[in-house]
Design a protein. Structure first.
Lengths: 640, 478
């Protein structure tokens, strides 16, 4: 939840202070320019690989560390190396010599550039995410049982710690225990290092894709606390897929690389190979570097990492698997399973891109152009604009759909329903054909939602809530969110009795207590241009479920039910009508959706059975550590 | 060189087993490991099957009670060095070390057949896979040894030693897993047969004549996915070590970049995440809580090694050859150390098309087998991961369960990971007569080992057949 930021006032000598009072304040800059690799060091300087990011201006201490302790989406870079047990000197981004250069230039040998890049990319990712989400995020929050007080360092993350060189390992991971992200470094393969030197040191923190991927894990964990509890095979895969989606969609915001790829693929962005700069004469071998075809950088992830570990390609891609409905039943490794979801989303993306650019190609062809050759500059730019715009729309739908997911036990089918609902809610008329493209792409890969009767967008979207009374007395916060704890408490005081009184109607078990886990306002501009204010409330119930019914001493696992309740603020017309018809207006909220996972009934039993089997398969029956049900990102990561 | 045989002793012991209609399962107490002798009566005299012969020290270092050599000599006398069949379920020290540690003994045996897991075949891909696993284990060992000596490290080293059979310090008795595998594959004058689930094994003639039938339920056949899993696994944990470089030798930057004053070269704000917090109070952000931060980062790392070791352990356990013997219509299940992945292959019909395979019901065939067994060799020395709860649920109420184990070797009661796991044995005890090897005292060749504490003084009374306790073993007569 965003907080008002208070700037600590610097002390100035009195004489200067009086002079400053007379001159108008220059004001704070909006952004801070910082340099970073667009992909990773192995891509050289081509393709705009060395880019300048304009990240939001924040006051920074050396590290960099976001100075404002009250910012809940703040980060701190601390270059502590646990393998060698040393700290590397921190970069001071406010050093005039750095400021005047617009950030340190990319250089692999200087850890201070690494620190700058990690800070810049993480901040850029947060900004991108927050813009799509329509609110400021916060990091992980643990749920406390009522009455349980905070003591010492708790499980909450207030400032995300970033360790650019934490360990020697071909791995980078988000670790809630370390309150941050640990990036590893390692030696490239001796035998087949690709574009790296054999045995050279490769830094995962210099891969733009890896940094975005890990940051996304941390952000989702902040938004959806229980998406790290792997209650079914899709949960860990969803986390990976979402992090990959964020990293891949970012590629399409990079205009230079996008333009270059469009020209080298004849506008067919989904091609896996780029046309080489220089043609090879028929019947002859390639003799110079320029004749070599290169892989399409937009559709693959973490090329240097993949090559350094001997894969000979990027670690993963968005089009890695041929569409089939079999994989979803047989593939369980989280990244590989996640790749199915990623491929489905990108299938829809490229389909929409192709549809929206079809007319441009028709005009081009009617003028005698051939789409397989180099495209003229203006056409390439129009295509690039279209690709970037469509990518932005998709990314926004993906991020916003998080608000439409159930709070626990996510499946790919739920995510499809959430995406369709999120888009439906804002754009009732599907003029882009986005929902249809998503549904077809998901169906092709065997992902179909549970419990929807038909395969149409209205049937796949979550059903609107019916028959629930309004939430009396609910005051909606202003666009800055709940600025004060008092407002927050007041809101909770209204929500708690409402949820308690309507347990059955909200799909909860009546005999178990319900915890309000989170609630936050969202502000969206609808297709009609009107601002819509909503409150997203997450409530959960939990109970201990024995691994074997009737044998509680064989161990048990936490079984959770829950609901995401979307509450809308009445429109001004509704408020006026109420005032005129009843003589007064009392604030209230209307429940629009209840997106739930039940604990009881047939659905609840099936979920319990599925969860039990899944834990058994993962070998989690043994042990008493409650954390064992959570994803350990250090281990699920096939590299990262 | 044939040895002189102690015929007088043998005939008395053999008399117990030669009762024409009694099958005997003998569980030797050798510590944390498996060493079973199944003796099937036949008109041509008793036919003997050895299932596994190994022991490991484990995390606590107390798993090996150093009776395996005496037990093997005892078995040699008992069987007159004539074995119809040897089954080596998988390549863990606690299942095979005896074949090299007592290699001299085994080399004088007359063996009808050797069965091993499909994962021991000589196909290049499989061989490479196993070699990689072994290297990985060694790599883990070096990384773990470089770390701080804590509880996790001890467990990692225990697991890794079990996987390689090589101890960083000289273990008692000698032998390695590699030597044992060589012995099994080439040293017994008979070529092993390698099986996976669904294949029909070739039983030696003597056993066929004795009326024994066998079916192979596990391991699952190798799929490309399994190899991929290993690829990922290697990259994850040993990317650095894989290149030949020891993980501690990389200094990524020049010395001039190292902060001479460590945390004090950072502003206090860098450490504010680690300031203690109290509700309603502003935390103290002026201190550098460097120790907490360093500790948290370090703790985030060895954990991964620990689970890596666990995964390695699971991978090897899942290669277990699972054999179902049927004798006179009675089913005996020897599951090796198979864990969930191995069990589910034959308990659930994974080819059936469903969206979420974790919801599959157990197949009728799986239910029938589990519902009708009269003997179950408890998997993995009594750990819960090796006897899925759904399997316990499906088992009948009228069988004998034998668990070869040594309490206090792996896991701990506090975090509910002790092996054998008390609640699992309790659950089995409600349905079957459970006996564990460490509940008997050993008195063999002058070596005495007392029964483990907190174990029942007498074996349970089975509904059919009986238990008889011997000098270093316990017999079940069916």
């Amino acid at each position: 939840m965003p907080q008002l930021r208070k700037k600590p006032r610097a002390r100035r000598p009195a004489r200067i202070a009086s002079a400053a009072r007379m001159a108008p304040d220059i004001g704070e800059p909006a952004t801070r320019p910082l340099k970073a690799y667009a992909f990773d060091p192995s891509q050289g300087t081509l393709l705009g690989n060395q880019m300048t990011l304009s990240v939001r201006y924040e006051e920074l201490d050396p590290g960099p560390v976001v100075r404002d302790y009250a910012a809940w989406d703040g980060v701190a870079v601390i270059d502590y190396d646990a393998t060698n047990d040393v700290y590397y000197l921190p970069v001071n981004l406010d050093d005039p010599k750095i400021l005047i250069r617009g950030g340190l230039d990319p250089i692999e040998a200087d850890p201070r550039f690494h620190q700058q890049m990690v800070y810049a990319v993480v901040t850029e990712t947060i900004q991108h995410f927050e813009a799509a989400l329509g609110r400021r995020i916060h990091w992980r929050r643990v749920t406390r049982t009522p009455g349980q007080e905070r003591e010492g360092v708790d499980g909450n993350i207030y400032t995300l710690n970033l360790f650019p060189h934490a360990l020697v390992s071909a791995n980078a991971f988000y670790s809630p225990q370390a309150h941050g992200i640990l990036f590893g470094y390692f030696r490239a393969s001796d035998q087949d290092p690709g574009r790296n030197l054999p045995g050279q040191v490769v830094y995962t923190c210099l891969s733009h894709d890896i940094v975005v991927h890990e940051t996304t894990h941390a952000m989702i964990d902040g938004i959806k606390r229980y998406f790290t509890e792997r209650t079914n095979p899709d949960v860990a895969a969803f986390h990976e897929a979402f992090a990959d989606l964020a990293a891949l969609f970012r590629h399409f915001t990079h205009s230079e690389a996008l333009l270059d790829t469009i020209q080298r693929t004849g506008g067919m962005l989904y091609q896996l190979q780029l046309t080489p700069d220089a043609p090879t004469a028929p019947g002859q071998d390639t003799v110079i570097t320029a004749q070599l075809g290169k892989p399409n950088p937009l559709v693959e992830l973490a090329r240097q990492f993949g090559e350094a570990t001997g894969l000979g390609r990027g670690l993963r891609g968005c089009l890695g698997t041929r569409p089939n409905s079999k994989d979803i039943e047989t593939v369980f490794e989280p990244h590989a399973r996640g790749a199915i979801l990623v491929a489905a989303v990108f299938d829809a993306y490229f389909s929409i891109y192709a549809r929206r650019t079809a007319d441009l190609f028709r005009i081009y062809r009617s003028g005698g152009g051939q789409s397989t050759t180099d495209l003229p500059g203006p056409l390439a730019r129009m295509l690039a604009d279209e690709a970037a715009r469509t990518a932005e729309i998709f990314f926004t739908v993906c991020v916003r759909s998080l608000d439409y997911c159930p709070p626990v036990d996510i499946t790919f089918g739920d995510f499809l329903r959430a995406m369709v609902t999120a888009d439906f809610d804002l754009h009732p008329v599907d003029d882009l054909g986005l929902r249809d493209a998503l549904m077809q792409a998901f169906r092709l890969r065997g992902i179909v939602p549970d419990g929807s009767a038909f395969f149409s967008d209205t049937a796949i979207a979550w059903p609107p809530a019916v028959g629930l009374p309004p939430i009396e007395g609910l005051e909606f916060p202003d666009p800055n969110g709940f600025a004060t704890p008092t407002l927050q408490e007041a809101c909770k005081a209204v929500l708690r009795p409402y949820v308690d009184a309507n347990r059955r109607a909200l799909g909860f078990v009546e005999t178990l207590p319900v915890h309000i886990m989170s609630f936050h306002p969202v502000f969206r501009v609808g297709q009609d241009g009107a601002l819509r204010t909503e409150l997203v409330v997450e409530a959960i119930q939990e109970q201990a479920e024995p691994f074997e019914p009737g044998q509680p001493n064989l161990g048990s696992f936490p079984m959770r039910g829950g609901a995401t309740i979307i509450v809308s603020r009445p429109s001004p017309a509704e408020c006026r009508r109420e005032y005129w018809e009843h003589g007064k207006y009392a604030p209230s909220g209307r429940v629009r959706y209840v997106i739930g996972k039940q604990l009881h009934g047939e659905v609840g039993e099936a979920r319990k059975q599925r969860q039990r089997r899944h834990y058994e398969r993962l070998g989690l029956v043994e042990g008493s550590d409650p954390d064992r049900f959570s994803i350990d990102f250090a281990l699920t990561h096939g590299g990262f | 060189m044939p040895r002189t045989r102690t015929t007088s002793k043998r005939s008395s012991r053999a008399a117990e087993a030669t009762s024409p209609d009694t099958l005997r399962v003998r569980m030797y107490r050798i510590g944390f490991g498996d060493f079973f002798l199944v003796t099937v009566p036949s008109l041509d005299g008793p036919q003997h099957i050895v299932i596994d012969c190994g022991v490991t020290k484990g995390k606590s270092g107390k798993g090996d009670i150093a009776t395996i050599k005496a037990a093997v000599r005892h078995m040699a006398d008992e069987t007159d060095r004539q074995l119809a069949l040897i089954i080596a379920t998988h390549r863990h020290q606690d299942h095979i070390i005896g074949f090299s540690r007592c290699g001299d003994e085994f080399s004088h045996f007359d063996i009808g057949a050797v069965w091993m897991s499909y994962w021991e075949t000589e196909y290049p891909q499989v061989q490479q896979f196993q070699a990689d696993l072994a290297n990985l284990a060694l790599g883990l060992q070096s990384v773990a040894l470089a770390g701080a000596p804590d509880d996790h490290t001890a467990e990692i080293l225990g697991i890794v030693e079990n996987a390689t059979g090589v101890s960083p310090t000289e273990g008692p008795g000698g032998g390695t897993n590699a030597k044992s595998l060589a012995m099994l594959k080439t040293g017994l004058k008979v070529d092993p047969e390698y099986y996976h689930a669904g294949q029909t094994p070739k039983l030696p003639k003597g056993l066929v004549k004795a009326g024994l039938e066998a079916a192979i339920l596990g391991p699952p056949p190798a799929k490309a996915g399994d190899f991929l899993a290993l690829e990922d696994f290697k990259k994850q944990y040993l990317g650095a070590a894989a290149g030949g470089a020891s993980p501690t030798t990389i200094m990524p930057f020049g010395n001039n970049y190292i902060a001479p004053r460590r945390a004090r070269d950072y502003p206090p704000s860098a450490f504010r995440e680690w300031a203690p917090r109290r509700k309603g109070q502003r935390p103290d952000f002026t201190e550098r809580h460097a120790a907490q931060l360093e500790d948290a980062v370090k703790r985030a790392i060895p954990e991964s090694l620990f689970v890596a070791a666990k995964k390695l352990d699971n991978m090897l356990n899942n290669q277990s050859l699972v054999v179902l013997f049927t004798w006179k219509g009675q089913k005996l299940l020897f599951a090796g150390d198979a864990q969930a992945g191995n069990w589910e292959y034959w308990l659930y019909d994974l080819d059936k098309r469903v969206k979420d395979p974790s919801t599959l019901p157990m197949t009728q065939a799986g239910k029938d087998i589990l519902g009708s067994i009269v003997f179950y060799k408890v998997g993995h020395h009594g750990s819960t991961n090796a006897t899925p709860i759904t399997a316990v649920e499906a088992m009948g109420t009228d069988f004998v369960a034998m668990c070869s184990t040594e309490g206090g070797t792996f896991g701990s009661v506090e975090n509910e990971s002790e092996v054998p796991r008390a609640p699992l044995l309790a659950a089995l005890a409600t349905k079957s007569a459970v006996v564990r090897s460490d509940q008997i005292a050993v008195d063999v060749e002058g070596k005495k080992v007392g029964a483990a504490a907190d174990t029942p003084a007498h074996p349970a009374t089975p509904k059919r057949g009986k238990f008889v306790v011997g000098s270093c073993y316990i017999d079940y007569f069916l």
